[in-house]
Design a binder for this molecule. Structure first.
Ligand SMILES: [Zn+2]
Length: 306
């Protein structure tokens, strides 16, 4: 009897062990399957182009143009909010000019309701008017090795260089369209140089100083393909034949010297006699006449100026 009981117990114990192993096996299988599903989910969301182009993303893009979000855009890219507070009050144009998406490719201005401000060639890009994260430039055309500009300004650009050539001047570009990544690299390089020159500066201070010479990513006109730096990015360029000719004649072709001497407090950019920006002949002439930089001019138009 006692032997039979012992047998029974062994039998029951064996069944329990079998059941436990079986249960553990099922749990492991469930874990593996759910892990596989998770992995598949990750890959899809990473590579799925639909993710970045659905309607809700576009809407959030538009709303990202309000001041605070724009600042977040820049600061998250750079992991710093160095200029956030000063930016809000520094530029007059920021009081009423807002960027918004226009036909998905260029930015226009909403508040004024002035048709002219909706034109692609009057796009204002600066530290207050940040390009949307999904913004892409118009088609680009090669103008030199590694240099491209918005295809719509190529005729004007070529005409300007041809006219200079007739005067015996060899004017060539050294920086034109830049990707956001390129702009970011240039900016970070500048921050490093500023820090090397003055190690006592904090990261914030170094970035703020760097931003007066090299725009933060998504705040540079170069990212639109409408701006070009010629020959030499030093102030001495202003005194060369080429620099003088460009300044005197650029408006005939729809370009302006974008960062003039004396406008630094409005543009928040140093004097750059090498940097020219296409705005179209009519506006270039008008800006020259009025002695306005683009920030002032956009404000002027928004207030009803003609
Ligand atoms: Zn430039």
């Amino acid at each position: 009897m006692s032997r039979n009981n012992a047998k029974k117990r062994r039998k029951t114990g064996g069944r329990k062990l079998e059941f436990t192993i079986y249960a553990i096996g099922i749990i492991i299988v469930i874990l593996i399957v759910s892990l596989m599903f998770n992995m598949v989910g990750c890959v899809c969301s990473k590579d799925d182009p639909e993710e970045s182009s659905d309607a809700s993303s576009v809407v959030s893009d538009v709303s990202s143009f309000d001041e605070e979000s724009s600042m977040n855009d820049v600061s998250s890219t750079l992991e710093s909010s160095a200029d956030a507070s000063s930016t809000v009050t520094s530029s007059q144009s920021s009081k009423f000019v807002r960027n918004t998406l226009s036909n998905g490719d260029y930015i226009s201005y909403t508040k004024s309701g002035k048709d002219e401000l909706n034109e692609w060639y009057l796009i204002l890009v600066n530290k207050d008017n940040v390009l949307a994260s999904k913004w892409t430039p118009n088609s680009l055309t090669k103008v030199a090795d590694g240099e491209r500009l918005d295809s719509r300004i190529i005729t004007a650009y070529n005409d300007m260089l041809k006219a200079a050539s007739k005067e015996g001047l060899n004017i060539y570009p050294i920086s034109t369209y830049r990707t956001v990544d390129t702009q970011n690299r240039l900016f970070q390089n500048k921050v490093s140089r500023v820090k090397a020159a003055n190690p006592s500066l904090t990261q914030e201070q170094a970035e703020k100083e760097a931003a007066t010479a090299v725009a933060r990513p998504r705040t540079s006109e170069h990212e639109c393909g409408l701006a070009v730096d010629f020959i030499d990015v030093e102030e001495r360029f202003a005194n060369t034949k080429e620099g003088k000719w460009l300044k005197a004649n650029c408006t005939d072709f729809g370009f302006v010297l974008r960062y003039e001497k004396g406008k630094e407090s409005i543009t928040n950019v140093i004097y750059e006699p090498w940097h020219f920006r296409f705005v179209g002949i009519k506006h270039a002439k008008r800006m020259e006449q009025l002695g306005m930089c683009l920030e002032e001019y956009v404000e002027y138009i928004a207030n009803g100026g003609k």
